[in-house]
Design a protein around this ligand. Structure first.
Ligand SMILES: Cc1cc2nc3c(=O)[nH]c(=O)nc-3n(C[C@H](O)[C@H](O)[C@H](O)COP(=O)(O)O)c2cc1C
Ligand code: SF4
Length: 424
């Protein structure tokens, strides 16, 4: 398969402008400015079938088309480089090895919605990534790709790299915008959506790093070539970050619809040490875990993973072998969400801590009968009752761990100790 997103990452000095240009970089941006109206750019991205890679899979061209054309307010394009979902490290690879692809995609997206100011909001801990992006923006500006009257087109665009402070919730788009405005990173109720009421109340598009990095290739090679890849509803290629009990962890680019089992066993070398697979989280820690038998017929596209009872999410694949204590795994994830809840709404603020505390007491051998149903009840009370999808993201994995490994949880409670004995 021809690589689209990872096409440059193994080339020496891939992050420099000279290397990026030698491989056709900024050709799509020149083509857009020379030959394409904003509406044509949107149509091309719509025709490609590209869907957002930040987790929800929303059609990218459609999102861009929601920005009102007649608004007198400034419009903003924000590249979401917050990547904090446990098990997800694909955007970081693009940021560190192919920053110009992200910048070129950001410029094209900004032009499509007629924004003159674009932001790259990068997670605070990614200091190296921020420096690389800042350097790349400086190089692109010096070469005339960013700034006033870009390449003589009459179009002006600024790109600002903004460092977050390292809160997971700032990856959620409305929290990100609150943070970018200088406030606390608190999500806002939707609607209104950012397309009409975003940054400083102005029309704004927020797109993930991987989404934007795919755009220059789509423009340069044509929507049809991208749409020819993947399945009917999940087009193109996607990055998967694979971690945990797997022989060859790392970031992989796959055509959408690739068989999950084949991917784990052949491409990633399977579970090491002759151990058995016990469970896989397919889309980052906020997605429900799948049993080995559940992945038998699953393909890596939005529809297939959803039909199996989970979600493709960010493509963060976490593999667990039979040494994994599922009580500890569930507690570990619950602890993360309890720590990261922004505290704005009661079901999430209180419920995440309840779930963490109950999982913890089961884990340390102090679980009580009724604890598992209590967690399921807390989880059900969070689901759908919060301002932002963080609540569901915390509730879904907790319930899935209990439903799928209930006997192991019950044994923990009955024996007052772990009977698996692994280190996770
Ligand atoms: C709790 C939470 C955390 C999120 N974190 C990220 C993130 O780190 N990066 C990201 O691109 N999207 C993240 N999202 C999704 C964004 O809200 C948004 O949907 C996405 O950036 C849109 O880009 P896309 O259309 O290109 O996918 C998160 C959502 C939630 C609910
Ligand atoms: S669901 Fe949680 S993270 Fe989202 S706004 Fe409510 S308290 Fe904050």
């Amino acid at each position: 398969m021809e690589k689209i997103l990872l096409r440059n990452i193994d080339v020496p000095d891939s992050r420099s402008l000279a290397v990026y240009r030698s491989r056709g970089g900024y050709g799509a941006w020149e083509q857009v400015l020379r030959d394409m109206t904003p509406a044509r750019v949107i149509d091309e991205v719509k025709a490609s079938g590209l869907r957002g890679r930040g987790g929800a899979g929303f059609p990218t061209g459609m999102k861009w088309s929601f920005v009102p054309k007649d608004s007198p307010k400034p419009k903003y394009l924000v590249c979401n480089a917050d990547e904090s979902e446990p098990g997800t490290f694909k955007d970081r690879l693009l940021i560190e090895r192919d920053p110009h692809a992200i910048i070129e995609g950001t410029l094209i997206a900004a032009y499509a919605i007629q924004s003159h100011t674009a932001f790259v909001y990068i997670r605070g801990e990614m200091a190296r990534g921020a420096e690389i992006l800042e350097r790349a923006v400086g190089e692109a500006a010096a070469a005339g790709y960013i700034g006033r009257n870009v390449l003589g087109s009459g179009y002006d665009i600024d790109v600002i790299v903004h460092r977050g402070a390292g809160a997971y919730i700032c990856g959620e788009e409305t929290a990100l915008l609150s943070s970018l405005e200088g406030g606390r990173g608190w999500p806002k109720v939707k609607p209104p959506f950012p397309a009409t009421h975003g940054l400083f109340g102005c029309p704004t598009v927020v797109n993930n790093v991987e989404t934007l990095a795919a755009v220059p290739w789509i423009i340069a090679n044509g929507a049809a070539k991208y749409a020819a890849l993947g399945t009917e509803k999940s087009k193109g290629t996607k990055l998967f970050s694979v971690s945990g009990h797997i022989s060859r962890p790392g970031v992989y680019e796959l055509e959408m619809g690739y068989p999950f089992k084949k991917f784990l066993e052949e491409d990633c070398g399977g579970v090491p040490g002759g151990r058995r697979l016990k469970g896989v989280i397919p889309g980052g820690a906020s997605m429900p875990v799948l049993l080995p038998e559940e992945i038998e017929k699953v393909n890596l596209d939005y529809e297939s993973v959803q039909a199996a009872g989970s979600l493709l999410g960010s493509g963060g694949v976490i593999v667990m072998d039979d040494t994994t204590c599922m009580v500890r795994a569930a507690w570990n994830i619950a602890r993360f969400f309890a720590h990261e809840s922004c505290g704005q709404c009661t079901p999430c603020r209180e419920g995440c801590h309840w779930m963490e505390k109950i999982f913890h007491r089961v884990e340390r051998g102090e679980g009580r009968s009724g604890d598992l149903d209590l967690i399921l009840s807390v989880s059900a009370n969070i689901m759908g009752n919060t301002i932002c999808p963080f609540g569901d993201a915390a509730a879904m994995p907790a319930a899935a761990f209990i439903r799928k490994y209930r006997a192991e949880f019950e044994e923990h409670i009955a024996q007052k100790r772990c009977t698996v004995g692994g280190d996770w």
